[in-house]
Design a protein around this ligand. Sequence first.
Ligand code: SF4
Length: 443
Amino acid sequence: MTTYHIWTVGCQMNKADSERLGSGLEQLGLSECDDPWTADVVVLNTCVVRQSAEDTATGMLGALKKEKEKDPARRIAVMGCMVGPQSKELSRRFPQVDTWARPQEFEPILQMAGETVGIDPDGCIQELLPADPRVSTFIPIIHGCDKFCSFCIIPYRRGREVSRSIEELVYETEMLVSRGVREVILLGQNVDSYGHDLEPAHDLADLMYAVNEVEGLDRIRFLTSHPSDMSAKIIRAVGELPKVCENINLPFQAGDDVVLERMRRGYTRDEYLRKVDEIRENIPGVAMVTDVIVGFSGETESQFANTLDILTQVRFDKVHSAAYSVRPGTIAARQHPDTVSVEEKKRRLVQLNELQEGICGDINSGFDDSEFDVLIDGHSRGKYQGRTRTDKLVYIENSETFETRIGGFAMVRITGTSPWSLQGEVTAAEMSATGDRLRVYPA
Ligand code: SF4
């Protein structure tokens, strides 16, 4: 049987694309193989947000070149953010690659795989949805980004924003639920910008109201928000809709107005903090997550202190932190010299992460003896694990005493905490034999 392997790096959008492409390849009769070095069709789904991610992909291409020399029948495709509008230069550098495809551009790869197995993909591929999806599954709702933050390469690689219709997304959710999905994660580079380009225009709140009606679906999440586009209507919808989880990922990137302006983020520090207040007023118990960059071009010690101050004030539940690295082709690469040394960036990153570890530890310790609905999504080392509505990772200690299963809900009492996770004991579990639900979301 012809085999395929999809090697994926980068964000959730790439993971969602890989799942969908895998579905198409399986509909063509290929079977998945864990080993990129033996698969007949190898697809690299690439990321270029950081230079190191791009270097990893080019390293992989170098290794695959040798494999292809041994077996010229092997097919290699590259998709994702490494592939810009022009792939001529890439073809010259990497002649071992048979097919190049931009993000969400599945057809060239399906065509190539179809030729390998002698099947015309036209007409034989239904919707590109995972046949056996995970209990919590990504749904891309808007592609591209119109924001052009000065440090970011994404808009140049993923193109301008294009939203998918509400009808298509509701249908896709229904299909996924019929295959066992209980939670969907609505994805976009800037998810709050969803729908402005539709005719008639809609927004993320309209989509969430529609998806909330899908029978059998239990939870809805969405990623990633932008402080300038997260409207009062969206915030209200999250507060009102029972299936939408109280978990907001709102990157602030820097806590200083001068740095924010240089980053072209489009908001000030005060505007960001007011947005957080508005979210907390409207969404009780909300967990806040953010992204932050340290050592951006010209960032002084006092400007960095302003970033730490935002962390202290907001007390995020989770922070994705990174040291700034220049991406060629961005506005920052052209206009703002990378003046902060590597050592200093590392020092600031360590300082920020230590601060955040203390905050996370403090927040989580407050959950001792609380009870949560946990959607169980995995099992490792003899223990089930799952997530609360606020996206806290919970390890379950006594699941063998209940009919706990992946894809089921359990009520879990927290017995131990750390900055990164919670541990707990099941007090009641959804019965897998009858499918009865004890509690899916708060009444
Ligand atoms: S909002 Fe800014 S950081 Fe996010 S993808 Fe768009 S340009 Fe990049």
